[in-house]
Each structure stands twice: as C-alpha cells, then as structure tokens.
Design a protein around this ligand. Structure first.
Ligand SMILES: [Zn+2]
Length: 110
C-alpha cells in the first residue's frame, strides 16, 4: 500500500516529546524518520484512523485504520486477527461499500 502524505487523522493523537505529550492532527512523511507510539490524551497507546492525501474516494483519500505508531520508513498498523503490529506495507487495499480503504487483516491472515 502506497500512501499519499500527509495522513489526516479523524481525531488528534498524542506523542511523547521529552516529558510532555504533543498533539498531532496529521502524520507527515517527515515523521517516518522517527519511532513513536500513538497515544490518547491520557498517554495510553491508542488505535488511530484517518485518510491519506490521495484523490481516492472523491478526493477524501484512502481510509486508514488501526494505526498504532511509526518506525523509520513506515507506519505501524495492528492486525486484529494475529494481534501483531506490522508495517503498513504488510496490509493491502480493498474496496468496501464503494470506499477505498486499507485491509484490516494483514496479508498473512487473509
Ligand atoms: Zn494478521
């Protein structure tokens, strides 16, 4: 799955920056140089959803779900079947209800 940047998140997430939490509304390509976990306002790991900046879905972008963090070079997604966190490239795309979105299950689980 190739992504168009930035990724606009449905709801802001937080990342730990030094001792404090920094709010993010977008995931930028420049974030791929870092390692961080997406957190909720209480600082607990969370699952984030959003859309990329591609023209898919009438300009709204590809729907992305179950994002959990970033490592250098890729986003991390959690597969609900094997409960493993994997790079977003390990998930395909599908069309469901006319909406282009990422696969929930990783390619190993499909
Ligand atoms: Zn899986």
């Amino acid at each position: 799955m190739e992504l168009s940047w930035p990724i606009k998140l449905d709801h802001p997430v937080y990342v730990r920056e030094g001792g404090r939490l920094e709010k993010l509304r977008y995931l930028q390509r420049s974030h791929l140089g870092y390692t961080f976990t997406l957190l909720d306002a209480q600082g607990q790991p969370t699952l984030a959803e959003g859309r990329d900046s591609s023209p898919a879905n009438g300009g709204k972008g590809v729907r992305l779900t179950r994002l959990v963090g970033v490592q250098p070079g890729f986003l991390l997604k959690s597969c609900p079947r094997c409960e493993t966190v994997k790079p977003h490239q390990a998930f395909g795309l599908r069309v469901a209800g006319g909406v282009v979105r990422d696969q929930s299950y990783c390619q190993d689980c499909r």
